[in-house]
Design a protein around this ligand. Sequence first.
Ligand code: AR6
Length: 183
Amino acid sequence: MPPTIAPENTSAITIVEGDITTLDVEAIVNAANEALMPGGGVCGAIHRAAGPELATACLPLAPCPTGQARITPGFGLKAKYVIHTVGPVWHGGTRGEAELLASCYRNSILLARDDSLRSIAFPAISTGIFGYPENRAAEIAVSTICEGAGEIPNMPQIYLCCFSSSVRQHLEAAWRKHKKVPD
Ligand code: AR6
């Protein structure tokens, strides 16, 4: 089923629910590992959909330290590019996880902007295998993107792609809070 567009659709952020590998955007973001190897979760799905050339293209770009981002072609994906970013593993919040997660969003957006991309879709980085609490991760995603919208000229259109209704609810709540809209 194609992802649905939420009522929270605005010029800054569009929240969609579904499989990020099916989205018709210029770049999708991969929640990668530092070695940029095919893994589980959304990373596994992206590598499967893109085909083996993606792993080959990643090799010379590794390692990618946590919080940084790299760009490759999308190969078999609808998206022309994949931006690989490495989210932090959740250790309870005392190891700079929030700053590192914000860096993932910021650096990915800057890469997209530098390549003049018009649209980019993010999964909920770090909220799966890496264990970041969904509500806190949603706050960081929304606030970092909104800060970027105020500071970065020619920001691409940003889609936040949720794979579960709980992530979607956290993102929508964070977005409402940010816009100061009552529940
Ligand atoms: N489309 C959109 N979102 C998805 C999809 C999909 N097809 N599949 C999963 N998600 P995770 P992490 C959501 O675990 O926590 C890998 O092995 C998922 O529900 O993919 O950053 C990497 O190689 C969750 O909300 O990434 C790393 O080693 C979100 O994507 C490690 O896992 C992120 O979950 C990265 O862990």
